[in-house]
Design a protein around this ligand. Sequence first.
Ligand SMILES: Nc1nc2c(ncn2[C@@H]2O[C@H](COP(=O)(O)OP(=O)(O)OP(=O)(O)O)[C@@H](O)[C@H]2O)c(=O)[nH]1
Ligand SMILES: [Mg+2]
Length: 421
Amino acid sequence: MLENTESLLPGLSHDGQSRVICVGLEEDSLNELDRLLTTLGVEPVGRILIASKRINPATYIGKGKIEEIQKLIEELSAKAVIFDVELSPNQLRNIEKELKLAILDRPGVIIEIFSQHARTRESKTQVALARLQYLLPRLSHFWTHFERQRGGSTGSRGMGEKQVEVDRRLVKNRISTLRERLRSIEKERNVQRAGRKDVLKVALVGYTNAGKSTLLNALTQSHVRAEDKLFATLDASVRALNPDSNPPLVAIDTVGFINRLPPSLVASFRSTLEEVKDADLLLHVVDASHSQAREQWEVTEKVLEELEVHDKPRITVLNKMDQVSSAGVRNQLRLIAPGSVAVSAFRDEDVKRLREVIMTHFEQKMETWEILVPYSKSKLENHLYSHGRIEVKRHMEKGTFYRIKIDGGWARKLQLEKFKL
Ligand SMILES: Nc1nc2c(ncn2[C@@H]2O[C@H](COP(=O)(O)OP(=O)(O)OP(=O)(O)O)[C@@H](O)[C@H]2O)c(=O)[nH]1
Ligand SMILES: [Mg+2]
């Protein structure tokens, strides 16, 4: 029951043929909703704007708007109505009663996309959990949909209510099973992360579709899936950025952010986002060619703040500069984040320059130490080799003398001051 195969948009095919109408508060956000729906494979054919000050707690929209939507449904033969906001379980139910058509809200759409794009065991579990958490309070709304998809008759209303109770219990059990599974996956991930503690980590973060995966591929000559789709990446993939440097550098791709990301998704993806917390440097990738570049930058900065990583060293990368023609736009973008690096992931020389900026960042954090390591401390010597660049090494009577360039943070972790000459 309630497996991920059951669509939250019943009766709709995902082949771009199903026509839907969107209702929302702002044009820009509705444009983004259109892209989300296209990614999902349904076709937005009409939209209706509503004013935020007229929100009705029971049905979200007023009588007049309901009539307006009904007219548009008929005119465009739409199969569903999508709201560009988060609706309460009651609002969902009430609006559907009025419109007699499938209704979904923005968090529901995003959860559907995540369900379609999850590939690995971890992201599948994370999405399944987020989806059930979204469904639980809304079961009586979605129950009839699922019943229809299962091919059963909906029976009497009384039967339905009883069945919803049964489903609610099943959903709760499944949520706790998934939580447990996720905990054990998280443990595996922690072990993997611990194995990477001797490398420097650069995490690519940013709004969905900014070009994070494309940049990661270009920087590391690898092949992470990059697509002109929202939320193409759901898993954090790690690639060697410079295996020959000492210490080695790795780059980590992450799940994209979006305005009003459903809270259940953020909670479920906590372990993937831990990779961001663990990084030594964040590359905040912005799609500079997007008309909403500034807003997308702000949303990402806000999520970084919520993740409590906003004080980590960070380089803003203005990507897709090949699509930005006017000098005015370029300057304006630079104002958003001074010191940002403007690139196109498609231009080799830009990627090379970005790589140099990253290397210089770490280079500047390197300190030079002169130390004498007693012969009994061979373990420390191994660490020196794996973490630093040895410039001078000389055997002395009481130990080995090293002049070494090493990351400041590691110098402290390895307590080099104890061996200072
Ligand atoms: N013109 C242009 N397109 C780019 C550039 N970088 C990436 N793209 C395109 O932008 C789209 C999204 O790229 P991705 O790398 O998948 O974006 P992402 O940030 O990983 O997206 P999510 O994984 O969905 O969060 C793809 O169609 C890329 O080909 C660039 O520098 N210039
Ligand atoms: Mg990606």
